[in-house]
Design a protein around this ligand. Structure first.
Ligand code: FS2
Ligand code: SF4
Length: 540
């Protein structure tokens, strides 16, 4: 196997024996093949569009779901991935028969095979199949950005919202990653174009979420426990949460959020459920210990899943793109109501969760809420009470080097406010960092996709202060990344013209020295240093 798509890749170079995430070589192989056949399907779909034909939503949804399945910590179930490969090949063969002309299509678009041939094909189509390291680097950078974009599209699709332009771009760009005629410059341009569609994809999801559930508002979330049995729901899919809340109403079972589901509490629509109890635990990587102590069923709606210990495997349920062999999976197409009854019955027989902490955290600072506070924020900036903002959005992870972010938050000058989104927040959202004239010093916009909110807030401030360039704002970017959704967030920020983003705790292994050089030269991208050096750099 060879995989280097996430920040925790082995030795900062690539996982070759087994994934640090727990992905085994036989699963990695099927993920490689799933990507290859999805690129093949995309080539054919793109060809059909060029011929003026319509490509159905079911093809778009298949492509986005396939990409999502291969994101870090989403799916460890080889058999489930094999089924997806089969389905993708079937759909692709049907589309192939509709094309007027198959000439010039790449191998991936024309290949077909039985399960017995899957492993041999997988071995030939992985990341290392591209020999030139710069072309490989850019192809992977684009592919990982598209995976993130696909994940966000999928959540919007689950709320019955689609953007055909985004889907057509995903497929066109996937097809281009197989086009040997494209130069490094062509692929750099495609990388930025991916960022443009990243903005569109996040806008689509923002619209889908807020139209369905209202605009996030300032909310205090309990982090302790109640006395009833509970179900813990993790991941990013708000539609899954809604269905679970509906089905648990009146059953005596409470629902708690975990990790990236915490921001669900900020949406008005979920406040009507008295059994929506609070948030339990921290970021994804602490789940083994925390799921053990939760004592009730846990529903993973997306990554990040850590392969479970046997002690709680029978309580871990997956849905959507996630999968773990030996854990039960709940199916359901977009628009259908998923059946969570078995999980609820299991919960009723479980003891209530063990208390691991007490207290409350505050969040809900997405764009509309911050716009409502704009006068207060602008006054604080004009008076000098707020000297600067620092965007610390992104991901959390296991590496000890991420303690940097806790230290950085603790040592920030008291007149600096953190803007955050994503699971990165767990490195500092339980510290008492206080407020500035009633504005909390940590403003949590929501999930990683709500980085879109942070971009809108920056653009709004630019307008209010009458600036021509977003980089003239008193705003620094110190982003933590881990998996591929952070890649699309980064590309979206680059597309919006944000410069001098610091990315840590390490730069992606998939950036070749030359590609990293382009990002440094054109966008001022940098890594992180020591906390003290970086504080000096950002705040003088
Ligand atoms: Fe965190 Fe994992 Fe949000 Fe990522 S829970 S690293 O999926 O997308 O952020
Ligand atoms: Fe390694 Fe990350 Fe790939 Fe898992 S997702 S195999 S940890 S690079």
């Amino acid at each position: 196997m060879f995989c280097y798509q996430c920040q925790e890749t082995a030795g900062g170079k690539g996982c070759t024996v087994c994934g640090v995430c727990g992905k085994k070589p036989d699963v990695a192989a099927m993920q490689d093949l799933l990507i290859s056949v999805t690129k093949g399907l995309s080539c054919v779909a793109d060809r059909l569009r060029r011929e003026g034909r319509r490509v159905g939503k079911e093809v778009n949804h298949l492509v986005t779901m396939n990409l999502f399945v291969t994101i870090t910590n989403a799916n460890f179930d080889r058999q489930a991935i094999i089924e997806r490969i089969r389905e993708t090949l079937d759909v692709k063969q049907k589309l192939l028969s509709q094309t007027e002309n198959v000439s010039g299509l790449p191998h991936a678009a024309l290949w077909n095979g039985d399960v017995g041939e899957f492993d041999a094909e997988a071995a030939a189509v992985g990341v290392l199949a591209t020999e030139d390291e710069d072309i490989r680097s850019l192809r992977e950078l684009i592919t990982y950005g598209l995976k993130g974009l696909a994940a966000y599209s999928k959540h919007a699709n689950a709320l019955l919202q689609d953007n055909e332009d985004v889907d057509a771009f995903i497929q066109r760009a996937l097809a281009k990653t197989l086009d040997d005629s494209l130069t490094v410059n062509d692929l750099v341009a495609l990388t930025l174009e991916t960022g443009k569609y990243g903005v569109d994809g996040m806008a689509l999801l923002d619209k889908a979420n807020t139209e369905a559930y209202g605009h996030p508002e300032i909310t205090t979330v309990d982090i302790g426990v109640r006395k009833n049995p509970g179900i813990l729901i993790s991941g990013h899919d708000l539609r899954d949460l809604e269905m679970l809340l509906e089905q648990t109403a009146g059953t005596g079972v409470d629902v708690y959020t975990h990790s990236e589901m915490l921001p669900a509490h900020y949406y008005p629509a979920f406040k009507k459920y008295p059994h929506f109890a609070g948030n339990y635990g921290n970021a994804w990587w602490k789940q083994k210990e925390e799921f053990e102590k939760f004592r009730g069923p846990v529903l993973m709606t997306t990554n990040c899943v850590v392969p479970p210990a046997d002690s709680y495997k029978d309580r871990l349920w997956t849905t959507g793109a996630t999968g773990v062999p030996g854990c039960r999976h709940i199916g359901g197409a977009y628009g259908e109501t998923k059946d969570f009854s078995a999980l609820i019955e299991q919960a009723k027989k479980c003891p209530p969760p063990e208390e691991i902490e007490t207290g409350r955290i505050v969040g809900g600072f997405a764009h509309e809420q911050v716009f409502a506070l704009a006068d207060k924020v602008v006054d604080a900036v004009r008076s000098g009470a707020i000297r600067k903002f620092v965007v610390m959005a992104g991901c959390d992870g296991r590496m000890k080097s991420r303690e940097y972010y806790t230290e950085f938050a603790k040592k920030l000058p008291k007149d600096v406010v953190i803007l955050t989104a994503g699971c990165a927040k767990y490195k500092y959202n339980k510290l008492d960092l206080g407020d500035i004239g009633g504005i909390p010093r940590v403003l949590d916009a929501g999930q990683c996709n709500d980085s879109y909110s942070l971009a809108l807030i920056a653009l709004k401030l630019k307008e209010i202060f009458g600036l021509n360039d977003v980089n003239d704002l008193p705003l620094a970017f110190n982003i933590a990344w881990y998996e591929q959704k952070a890649v699309i967030v980064l590309l979206a920020l680059l597309y919006l013209g944000v410069k001098n983003i610091h990315l840590g705790p390490t730069l992606p292994a998939f950036l070749s020295p030359n590609v990293a050089g382009v990002l440094v030269k054109n966008f001022g991208i940098a890594g992180i240093g020591t906390v003290d050096d970086d504080l000096k750099l950002f705040f003088g």
